[in-house]
Design a protein around this ligand. Sequence first.
Ligand SMILES: CC(C)(COP(=O)(O)OP(=O)(O)OC[C@H]1O[C@@H](n2cnc3c(N)ncnc32)[C@H](O)[C@@H]1OP(=O)(O)O)[C@@H](O)C(=O)NCCC(=O)NCCS
Length: 245
Amino acid sequence: MWAELREDARGIIARDPAARSVLEVMLLYPSFHAVLLHRLAHALWIRDWRFLGRAVSQTARWLTGIEIHPGARIGRRFFVDHGMGVVIGETAEIGDDVTLYHGVTLGGILPSVNSGAQIGVKRHPTLEDGVIVGSGAQVLGAIHVGRAARIGANSVVTRDVDPGATMVGIPAKAVRRAVREATTFCAYGVREMSDPNAPPAGVPSAEAMARRIEELEQHLLALEARLADAEGRPGAVAREPVDVA
Ligand SMILES: CC(C)(COP(=O)(O)OP(=O)(O)OC[C@H]1O[C@@H](n2cnc3c(N)ncnc32)[C@H](O)[C@@H]1OP(=O)(O)O)[C@@H](O)C(=O)NCCC(=O)NCCS
């Protein structure tokens, strides 16, 4: 139990650039409190203590602004950044290392659209491992959001999402670019930052160019020496190699 709590707190520190310590997260992060209370609510719910489960879930909602139905299934290191205004429905399923920002709904759709929207029937989304859902996004219906997919802020998603895809807009459409394969977290769902000092793709680094120049210079000196030999005159003097480190 304690190990699980520490894992939750460490997961938050790893994903929130503003989080400083396990203690700070445990005392001051609504996501941490909501997940803790959800574990209790879910344990009551699956043992058929439904009213008590709902009571714990409502208490968590008052305290944190995060409403998680006690029936929802949530994986490890789940993080709701900022909390407030998040709604997670009864049949939602969430994998490991999933991040939601404030104002996200993992909700059902109207019965007129989804004729199977009755008690006990799957009617909320499934989010696979490493999914990031931006603030205000609505993910609606019994859809599948693939591993490491990203949902843009304020998007509305009503169809399955491919693993690694980035979805934006209403209705959400995939941004055209290579899909992400890993579930490495990037804060706010933005692309992994590259080294600003690195040369553009396909251009060799300054060190590689200096090494190549050195090799060519040595080659030129060797050729000059052979030419001088053939002509019977003194050859060029090789200079000291330059330290490019
Ligand atoms: C969707 C998101 C993950 C994409 O990040 P990215 O991979 O760096 O993508 P880019 O910023 O290059 O945007 C790609 C395209 O999508 C558009 N776009 C990005 N986010 C969008 C959004 N939320 N809604 C609509 N269009 C969006 C961009 O304008 C761009 O369009 P273009 O190709 O026509 O220029 C990111 O923009 C996002 O919304 N992250 C969530 C942030 C959040 O919730 N922050 C709250 C912190 S408190």
